[in-house]
Design a protein around this ligand. Structure first.
Ligand SMILES: *Cc1c(COP(=O)(O)O)cnc(C)c1O
Length: 406
């Protein structure tokens, strides 16, 4: 038998699409929280307060707004459980994550025969996947045309596609869903806590899912926010779905949501006092900063990063404000993976894209200071120079300084 030494994990500069750098206050809540069971009064109170703060952060009166234990895909699994075998769905895909969402949707909408035909990647005829090329956004016109053509029950889109760094048209998606009488489902994993938007402005979108570790900045495995309009919950109450743990109605009970009302919490599964306290603190931090100010800060600092990498000769193809997706200049093209591997080995954790084409992704989650952005840019310039790029580092840093002081 082997007992390994205690696991030491270094602190890296998380400058990718996610997770973001966890706020020390969130970690402090995690460590300073006592052991208490999942029905202890303060744990339950923390969940109920978190639910209320989450409604505020997300701009919604939806009663069914709470957290699903786990990661972004846990929350997405909960919202996709609304979809039953045979349901007609149109899913818009423009990158890695919406691609995986499309796969998850195809699994949910499959019959037993569809699953048997291709168990890991079923292709039921009732699901249409509309592929929008990498680097482009899903527009309202595309959604309108496809919904008019297919007349589905459900439509799906990612708000911000982190694979390609593209912002998709939320209003266009909502309006097309409303026009064609379709229920919208949105992956807001990357946008919650970064973009300034309110769920209640998009009434045709009946289910939303996000994640703990991107804009909400509560990595220590906490909660994936979800929110459902009553139409979705009422449909679910009539039809049911094939999950206990991620059942949108049953899971909500532990957050004090019972029979469509805020009520006393009912056991659903064991929640961690540590996770509840960390998530609660992350929401407090976000509300104190305000979603509006946070969104403005991301836009301001992303513009600095974008301008600096363009000054290095990189071509930026993204339009998200938490992430820059870029092509290296001609003489370094094809060396993206090598460059990223070298940076990561030095604790500068940037990423390539996970699906074709190969591009570099640099993120700024919770890096909203001049010092943090300068550090990221300084390290990236050094890495490019080490790979043979002919860049005047001083000029790049001066340009950055000019942006911030100008
Ligand atoms: C990160 C991400 C996911 C997956 O989230 P996990 O926390 O890794 O499960 C899904 N969708 C989008 C748009 C994302 O950015």
């Amino acid at each position: 038998m082997t007992i390994f030494p205690a696991l030491e994990i270094p602190n890296t500069l998380a400058a990718g699409p996610g997770p973001g750098n966890t706020d020390p206050r969130v970690l402090e809540r995690l460590c300073k929280t006592g052991v208490a069971d999942h029905m202890q009064a303060d744990v339950v109170r923390g969940m109920i307060e978190a639910k209320q703060m989450l409604r505020e952060v997300w701009g919604t009166k939806n009663t069914y707004t709470y957290g699903v234990a786990g990661t972004g895909f846990s929350g997405l699994d909960c919202v996709f459980s609304l979809i039953l075998p045979g349901d007609k769905v149109v899913a818009f895909v423009n990158g890695t994550f919406s691609g995986i969402d499309g796969q998850a949707i195809r699994m949910k909408a499959s019959s037993i025969q569809d699953l048997a035909a291709d168990p890991l990647n079923p292709k039921p005829a009732n699901v249409t996947v509309v592929n929008v090329p990498h680097g482009q956004s899903v527009t309202g016109e595309i959604v309108d045309a496809e919904l008019a053509k297919h007349k589905p029950m459900w439509a799906f889109m990612a708000h911000w596609e982190t694979g390609s760094g593209r912002v998709n048209d939320l209003k266009g998606f909502n309006d097309a869903c409303a026009k064609h009488g379709v229920m919208g489902i949105v992956d807001a994993v990357s946008s919650l806590g970064v973009a300034d938007f309110s769920i209640d402005d998009y009434p045709a979108i009946v289910a939303w899912a996000s994640c703990p570790q991107k804009g909400v900045l509560s990595l220590p495995l906490t909660y994936a926010p979800v929110s459902f309009r009553d139409e979705a919950i009422n449909l679910l109450a009539r039809r049911g779905c094939y999950t206990y743990v991620h059942h949108p109605i049953l899971e909500a009970r532990h957050w004090g949501i019972v029979d469509g009302q805020d009520a006393a919490a009912v056991y659903h599964r064991t929640h961690s006092s540590y996770a509840v306290a960390a998530f609660h603190e992350a929401l407090r931090i976000l509300l104190t900063h305000t979603v509006k100010q946070k969104a403005a800060d991301y836009a301001y600092h992303e513009a600095a990063l974008k301008q600096a990498v363009q000054a290095m000769g990189c071509e930026v193809t993204s339009n998200m404000t938490s992430l820059v997706v870029l092509n290296l200049p001609g003489n370094l093209a094809g060396k993206e993976k090598e460059l990223v591997t070298k940076c990561r080995a030095e604790g500068f954790a940037i990423w390539t894209t996970l699906s074709e084409p190969v591009q570099i992704r640099i993120g700024i989650l919770n890096q909203l200071t001049v010092e943090a952005i300068s550090d990221i840019i300084g390290r990236f310039v050094d890495a490019m120079i080490n790979m043979g790029a002919d860049i005047d580092k001083e000029a790049v840093m001066q340009g950055l300084n000019a942006y911030y002081t100008g």
